[in-house]
Ligand binder design. Structure first.
Ligand code: GTQ
Ligand code: FE2
Length: 348
């Protein structure tokens, strides 16, 4: 194997390029597009429509059983700019997961961290290391890196939610590990309130410092819609602004919920718009309630509940609300932040 060979009309230089190639070397002075003035972004703005996601999910539900081996009935959003990779944006996996009546998706764990945002319905439970977390519309559920998780649907209705994983980041770092859970018949554990919420779910009240778990992620694994809704309402009321964004945080430290993903809830008042801005890093967002549009770069997407959109790095975005618009988004901002690469600017 030889490395990429560069060419020159100067015979001596051309010979050098040939010899460099034989030694797996390349001349920087001939390379283009390596150190670009602004980020070279491969992902493109895109919307996956809820209508399509739902009907295709239902068809998969009829045709595809869930098997052992961590299989999930999941439709992965594949950004058209990423050459067929199953990633919604360069650094984020986003998908809809469809769990039929009384189905169980068996336990497993992996180093990529995951989160779920529930678009509708209730009666599904995710067990995280055996702690049963109820999933209802508008809830955010965390399954941090390397924690066993399984889902079971105890209702007659299929249910669907959005998954977001940091898989592209962990894959780029070549640190993906996966393991199946115990193979015994799953116990369909439920609980009115999860262990994690009993310890860490009190508004402004925590166990004493010495008695807190100190994982690298939020020890609170479920963020309920009622709280999110109230926080957004109060923020809008207090600021008097047209739009509010609230960040989900680890209640013990005030930091992002997981080391690789920032979660945010956005609300835009009916008939108004959010500020236009851009940030480094990718973002995926889904509409929870309301209607309107998202302007992402030079594209405009009408929005309905359940739609998923990809907002690529350094691409401006703005939300417009017809009815009051509620959106949930996840970005890789903590990664960029940790590395000193996070940039943000308001756009005119
Ligand atoms: O629910 O455990 O969308 O392992 C991708 C991989 C969901 C899950 C995904 C997974 C899961
Ligand atoms: Fe998983």
């Amino acid at each position: 194997m030889t490395s990429r060979r560069f060419n020159s009309t100067d015979p001596d230089l051309d010979q050098l390029y040939h010899d460099l190639s034989e030694q797996q070397l390349q001349p920087l002075w001939e390379m283009r597009g390596l150190l670009t003035p602004t980020p070279k972004v491969r992902s493109v703005p895109h919307r996956w429509s809820a209508k399509e996601l739902r009907s295709l999910g239902e068809r998969a539900g009829e045709l595809v059983p869930i098997d052992r081996g961590g299989d999930r009935r999941v439709l992965a959003c594949a950004n058209p700019g990423l050459d067929g990779a199953p990633y919604a944006a360069s650094t984020l996996w986003a998908a809809v997961q469809f769990l039929g009546a009384h189905e169980v998706a068996p336990a497993h764990r992996h180093t990529p961290a995951a989160l779920r945002f529930v678009l509708e319905g209730e009666g599904v439970w995710t067990l995280v290391d055996g702690d049963p977390l109820a999933m209802s519309a508008g809830d955010l559920i965390l399954t941090p890196s390397w924690r066993f998780h399984e889902h079971h649907n105890s209702t007659e209705q299929p249910m669907l939610w959005m998954d977001v994983l940091d898989l592209p980041v962990v894959a780029a770092l070549e640190a993906v590990f996966f393991e199946e859970g115990p193979t015994e018949e799953v116990e369909r554990l439920t609980a009115p309130v999860s262990r994690s919420e009993r310890h860490y779910g009190g508004a402004g009240l925590l166990p004493p410092p010495g008695q807190r778990a100190q994982p690298r992620h939020s020890p609170l694994l479920a963020y309920r819609w009622a709280e999110t809704d109230r926080a957004l309402d109060r923020r809008l009321e207090v600021t008097g602004a047209d739009a509010a964004t609230m960040t989900y945080v680890d209640p013990t430290r005030g930091t992002d919920v997981m080391p690789t993903m920032r979660c945010e809830a956005h609300r835009v008042r009916a008939g108004t718009r959010s500020p236009r801005s851009r940030q480094t890093g990718s973002r995926v967002a889904t509409v929870f309630r309301g209607s309107g549009a998202a302007v992402v770069g030079d594209q405009r997407f009408d929005l309905a509940p359940g739609d998923i959109i990809a907002i690529p790095s350094w691409t401006s975005w703005q939300l417009e609300a017809h009815d009051q618009l509620d959106m949930f988004s996840t970005s890789d901002a903590p990664v960029l932040d940790a590395l000193g690469l996070y940039r943000e600017e308001e756009c005119p």
